[in-house]
Design a protein around this ligand. Structure first.
Ligand code: FE2
Length: 454
């Protein structure tokens, strides 16, 4: 695969988009306190926002997905903010591995996609390896395999159940059976369930959804096919002829319990949320018509490869599926209030994506959706500003779903200033209450979490 990828790369005349502009990596790891703030940071906010992203140590990587994970944190207390950034020091980092040498070593993770807290542990995640634990100072603690119970890869999109405290997740494998395994850890992090899931073929499964009683696997047609790899040089391809299905399984169920629902072929990198209502599963997703149509190197390319808000309704009694597009504006990196995960969330947030491009171009707006109606509110970040994943931060642990703020790590292209924008969730279209200026450029990245301090 490496040779094929290199060939693909060499055939390009210029540096790939994922290394240009503010996608380009930075070199310094710094710590800085008492950051400059435009406006005022709300005094009730106490905690740390941490975002993960791709930052190749060597300055280059063959693919967007292969850069080393670098964490950026903004700690907030008493209206003041401090910043820190650190690499996740895994063997992939220490040995400056390329992706081929990281295959076969589950610990050699780029650890570059997400950071999630569960049972007092902060886990840096990438979907083809084991998690890596870091501490609140962003020091790398070590690889984390649930006391030896996790013997395969873990998704970068696990879910913490707000009611039981359980950590629900899956791992997929393109190398052999089982192509998919489901896991459930209790609130203390002890593994209590492992279940191999049958899939007809290996697929890229980036995200999924959970509800109070079920988990939903997305068997969508970004297919891994070694014949395709030989023919096209890409280990993944979009193969709509393979069909698309959603598998609904009770949280404590078995592979044989799964009910599969057919949907029109498409791809979904990310789901907003999902819940149960009147014997139905309601899923809100960022659905795109196709993905990776030019192969693994072309994750994005053209208007049909951008997500939009859709609702899928899966009737558990009749087996019927209803698919509805709820908005026509491209967006991705969807989030809801994490305290509503798997429950009925009324609001969803996402980042606008630009349409007139051949790569991923982050937009200058973040959206707040009324998930019931699809009505959209827009927060404009400014001219020539690019946003990031919007993360909802509640005012306090007991505050209501809209009593809080939306955090967005944005970048001013003209000044090359990166800033954490803080917007009131219930006054979403107004000016931010605060913009925390980061004392160095923060490259565009992936996902993050707010870790409140009690
Ligand atoms: Fe993701």
């Amino acid at each position: 695969m490496s040779e094929a990828l290199n060939k693909d790369k060499d055939s390009r005349d210029e540096v790939s988009w994922h290394l240009k502009g503010n996608w380009g990596p930075i070199k310094e790891e710094i710590s800085s306190s008492d950051l400059e703030v435009r406006g005022e940071i709300p005094k009730e906010l106490k905690g740390t926002y941490i975002r993960n992203g791709f930052n190749p140590k060597s300055g280059s990587s063959d693919h967007w997905f292969f850069g080393n994970g670098m964490l950026h944190s903004v700690e907030i207390n008493e209206g003041k903010a401090s910043y820190k950034n650190r690499y996740v020091r895994t063997p992939y980092y220490e040995n400056d591995d390329d992706v081929m040498s990281s295959f076969g070593n589950l610990a050699a993770s780029p650890a570059n996609t997400h950071i999630v807290e569960h049972s007092g542990r902060l886990l840096a995640l990438e979907e083809t390896h084991l998690p890596w634990e870091v501490d609140m100072q962003l020091n790398t603690v070590g690889v984390y395999d649930f006391s030896g119970e996790l013997e395969g890869a873990m998704t970068a999109h696990p879910r913490v159940c707000p009611e039981t405290g359980e950590l629900l997740f899956f791992g997929y494998s393109i190398m052999g059976d089982p192509h998919l395994t489901y896991y459930r850890a209790d609130k203390n992090g002890s593994m209590i369930q492992k279940e191999d899931i049958s899939l007809p073929r290996a697929v890229m499964m980036h995200d999924w959804a959970v509800t109070r009683n079920y988990v939903i696997f997305m068997d969508l047609p970004i297919v891994s096919d070694m014949n395709l790899a030989v023919k096209t040089g890409s280990p993944f391809g979009f193969m709509p002829e393979c069909g698309a299905r959603l598998g609904v399984m009770p949280r404590d169920g078995r592979n044989s319990d799964i009910k599969w629902f057919e949907v029109d072929p498409c791809f979904v990198f990310h789901t907003f949320n999902s819940h149960e209502e009147d014997g139905k599963i309601i899923m809100y997703v960022s659905r795109q018509k196709e993905a990776m149509v030019g192969g693994f190197q072309d994750v994005y390319g053209g208007e049909t490869t951008l997500g939009r808000l859709w609702r899928w309704t899966l009737d558990l009694n009749t087996g019927q599926t209803t698919e509805e597009q709820m908005d026509d504006s491209p967006c991705d990196f969807p989030r809801v209030d994490d305290r509503k995960m798997g429950l009925k969330a009324s609001k969803g947030y996402s980042l606008q994506l630009e349409t007139d491009v051949e790569t991923l171009t982050l937009g200058n707006c973040i959206y707040k959706y009324d998930l019931e109606t699809g009505k959209r509110e827009t927060h404009v970040l400014g001219d020539n500003v690019a946003g990031g994943e919007p993360v909802f931060v509640p005012s306090s642990s007991l505050s209501s779903e809209e009593d809080g703020y939306v955090f967005c790590l944005a970048h001013e292209r003209d000044t090359r200033v990166s800033k954490l924008v803080i917007v009131r969730a219930d006054d979403f279209e107004s000016q931010p209450v605060a913009e925390v200026l980061i004392p160095q450029r923060v490259p565009y990245g992936a996902h993050g979490s707010w870790i409140p301090r009690n």
